[in-house]
Write a new protein. Structure first.
Length: 329
């Protein structure tokens, strides 16, 4: 059976409790998270064979990460051990009009030292249908930028579909630094998660009012891209949002149902959308079915504390088929 492989950095996440600010906090809730790890966990919970690749230090925190991933049925056999430290990020959980805020502590992390020669790439990509990567990885270090280039080239040689989420992080690098590097990946990508801001600020495609105009331009320049996907978020308050998903396939833009919902934890919502889309593509669903599943998965994640979407495909289909209900009996 073919698998989906994700590669990226997993970190220790320390979140303020009871919506406290950092300055008020004497304790933090600990979780593990990172965009590509979150996607792997979601896919495994949807019943897809998934493998996660990263580099971790040799210490008890890494033992805990292995336990976390394995408990969610994620294959960890090609994780590299070495380096000095596990990256960390701190999350100040917002509420009402106060947005959440992130502080990164990931410089010189073990993952930032990962290089291509440490990975058994052909073994990792054997029987792999989709390789999922993101724009966070090249922001971490120069060696990670080189790793991204080499692994994309090898994946193309081996006939693996490449999924890429732009995931621009302004606290890791500037638009001027990111734009040429992220743009250079597009010639390799089959599945692209990019929104209006990515098209405008990173790809420099001008100013359009409609998402479809950007997607038409991208498809014309990069006909290798088979799927373009994104979400539109409407923020009513920090705790209440609306979300609509979009997929562009064969020149047609298709949208999902629009959901309005209360938020328990917003972090990881985009990763849940990506995982839902990859599930649909893996299963050869129609574009409408793909975007409906992906959007419902993202909405569900907003109700789950922690980075990952700990939910089954049956629960996602229940939302799609029956709407949001109060009690499951």
């Amino acid at each position: 059976m073919s698998k989906i492989v994700t590669l990226g950095e997993i970190m220790l996440r320390l979140s303020t409790e009871n919506n406290n600010r950092f300055i008020q906090s004497n304790s933090f809730r600990a979780d593990y998270g990172g965009g590509e790890a979150n996607v792997a966990v979601s896919l495994a919970n949807f019943g897809i064979e998934s493998e996660y690749v990263t580099k971790l230090p040799k210490n008890p925190l890494s033992d805990s990460i292995f336990r976390y991933l394995k408990s969610n049925n994620v294959n960890t056999e090609n994780i590299v051990l070495g380096g000095e430290r596990l990256g960390t990020y701190y999350l100040e959980v917002g509420t009402s009009i106060r947005a959440s805020s992130v502080v990164y502590d990931r410089k010189y992390s073990s993952f930032s030292t990962l290089n291509y020669s440490e990975l058994q790439i052909e073994n990792i990509l054997k029987n792999c249908k989709i390789l999922h990567l993101s724009g966070i990885t090249p922001a971490v270090s120069n060696s990670c930028q080189e790793l991204m280039n080499k692994i994309m080239i090898k994946a193309k040689e081996m006939g693996v579909l490449i999924s890429f989420d732009f995931n621009y992080r302004g606290k890791l690098w500037t638009l001027e630094e990111a734009a040429p590097i992220l743009s250079s990946y597009l010639k390799y990508i089959d599945i692209c998660f990019a929104g209006i801001l990515d098209a405008k600020n990173i790809l420099k495609l001008g100013n359009h009012s409609d998402l479809i105009e950007y997607y038409k331009q991208i498809s014309k320049q990069y006909p290798n891209i088979k799927y373009l996907l994104s979400t539109k978020r409407e923020t009513h308050t920090v705790n209440e949002n609306s979300l609509t998903g979009f997929i562009f396939k064969n020149g047609e833009l298709i949208n999902s149902t629009k959901y309005t919902f209360s938020i328990i934890d917003r972090v990881g919502g985009g990763d849940a959308f990506a995982a839902g889309a990859l599930f649909g593509i893996y299963k050869n669903l129609s574009p409408k079915e793909i975007v409906d599943f992906a959007t419902a998965a993202s909405v569900y994640k907003h109700t789950v504390r922690g980075d990952a979407n700990l939910v089954s495909k049956e629960e996602i289909y229940n939302i799609i088929n029956n709407g949001i209900s109060t009690v499951s009996r």
